[in-house]
Design a binder for this molecule. Structure first.
Ligand code: SAH
Ligand code: SF4
Length: 402
């Protein structure tokens, strides 16, 4: 069963009267200071005011300046006249029977964009954690043959605000702010009670192609005086942009996941075409050199299970051989099919046999249980569904001449 909580029409009347005030949500400290200075906050007060805003925005998650009770009424009014605390706009929210939630978000148009771009964010609750899967780009330039995101035309990097905005919006929607759930006495929730405990950069886009913005956004997400999500609980997934891997390791301190999907260059060239530029041997060398690796800090290797393509037991043995010597986890991902794809997901028995080979080699290899299947919670799918809806609406209007 799918529960649709919000399904606004694409062109609601309100979108014609766009609020031109910029939002402060998702800004870093330096930008907040600039925003405050530009409404006349004197330089000697900036540090304190930034600290106050930081805490209201990122610890409390407030959505109105009126809630900022330690800021004078006058300054609150000036803030409200110039800025908002708006999150990205929700086009659609879907809730799966298993609790997975998926949001299709609309971003403001930039530059010469004709249509406002749309991205998706997914929340996956589990017993011991809650993982938020966020996007780093609109679409993706990389065209992996099994991934629907790669088929989308419009591609642009997300701004820092748009990346952080996904976390803020998800926390709003699942009530993940202090006091948002009983007993509601305003106390700060200890981190174990938080619903979003982990972030994975596994939504739309190649995060290492948007290096600076993703890095700045993860600094805000992991800030100990703000959103406070530990870098050990943030994982960046890359298709293998080899030159950026050491830089990301040195500068960011997050965990790393590699979309491997094949153990031979000929097959990986086809599945993950960036492999033609950075072949497997180079990718493995970058992984071996990733800073701080240990048994407690391992690289995750993602391996999508494609029937008759990469799922033989010989492939499983090659995989184990390839990863020898690297502190690694292996995630076997059942392929999530999309309309028009030439691939099928491997049979469940084959996935189990494959996992057994991997397990015997000493890897705990959880098969990522398909979550939110009823709401198509896979890379690129909600977005494409909405595009189809728009296309059919267009055809209908053409047919009726309206
Ligand atoms: N661009 C980055 C991160 C986003 S994709 C990357 O490729 O790593 C996140 C993960 O979802 C990747 O491992 C990707 O290969 C996988 N993926 C993409 N489409 C999929 C599909 N249809 N079914 C299962 N996994 C998919
Ligand atoms: Fe881009 Fe990742 Fe999809 Fe490949 S798998 S097309 S890199 S989003």
């Amino acid at each position: 069963m799918v529960l649709l909580l919000d399904n606004r029409p694409c062109h609601s009347p309100s979108s014609d009267l766009e609020d031109t005030r910029p939002s402060l949500v998702g800004l870093g400290r330096a930008q907040l200071a600039e925003a405050l200075a530009s409404i006349g906050v004197p330089p000697k007060h900036l540090r304190m005011r930034v600290a106050q805003l930081w805490s209201w925005i990122y610890v409390r998650g407030v959505t109105s300046f009126d809630q900022m009770t330690d800021i004078s009424k006058d300054l609150r009014a000036r803030l409200d006249a110039a800025y908002t605390l708006a999150r990205p706009e929700i086009v659609r929210e879907q809730v799966s029977v298993d609790g997975t939630r998926k949001w299709l978000l609309r971003l403001p148009r930039r530059g010469r964009e004709v249509m406002p771009p749309e991205i998706e964010t997914v929340y996956i609750p589990e017993i011991d954690r809650g993982t938020l899967c966020i996007s780093s780009q609109v679409g993706c330039t990389l065209n992996c043959s099994f991934c629907h995101t790669g088929t989308q035309r419009l591609v642009r990097n997300l701004e820092v605000q748009e990346i952080v905005g996904q976390i803020m919006l998800a926390r709003d929607r699942i009530g993940d702010w202090p006091g948002a759930e009983p007993p509601g006495d305003g106390r700060l929730l200890p981190s174990t009670e938080r619903k979003i405990t982990n972030i994975v950069l596994m939504g739309m886009g190649e995060p290492l192609y948007n290096f600076e913005n993703v890095k700045a956004a993860m600094e805000i997400a992991s800030d100990g005086e703000g959103l406070s999500i530990s870098k050990r609980r943030i994982t960046l997934s890359t298709s293998g942009v080899v030159p950026e891997i050491p830089r990301w390791g040195a500068e960011s301190g997050t965990m790393l996941a590699i979309s491997l999907h094949a153990t031979r260059d000929d097959l990986r060239n086809e599945l993950v075409p960036i492999n033609r530029k950075y072949p497997i041997a180079e990718l493995m060398a970058a992984c071996r050199a990733y800073p701080g690796l240990s048994n407690a800090k391992r690289i995750t290797f993602e391996y999508v299970m494609l029937k008759g393509v990469n799922d033989s037991l010989a492939d499983a043995k090659e995989l184990v051989k390839l990863l020898r010597g690297i502190p690694a986890k292996i995630n076997l991902i059942p392929f999530n099919p999309w309309p028009g794809t030439k691939y099928e997901c491997s049979d469940w028995e084959q996935i189990e046999r494959f996992a057994e080979v991997v397990n015997r080699a000493g890897y705990a290899s959880p098969v990522r249980t398909p979550r939110g299947r009823d709401i198509f919670a896979a890379c690129g799918q909600l977005k494409s569904e909405s595009m189809r809806l728009k296309a059919s609406a267009l055809r209908a209007s053409e047919a009726t001449g309206s």
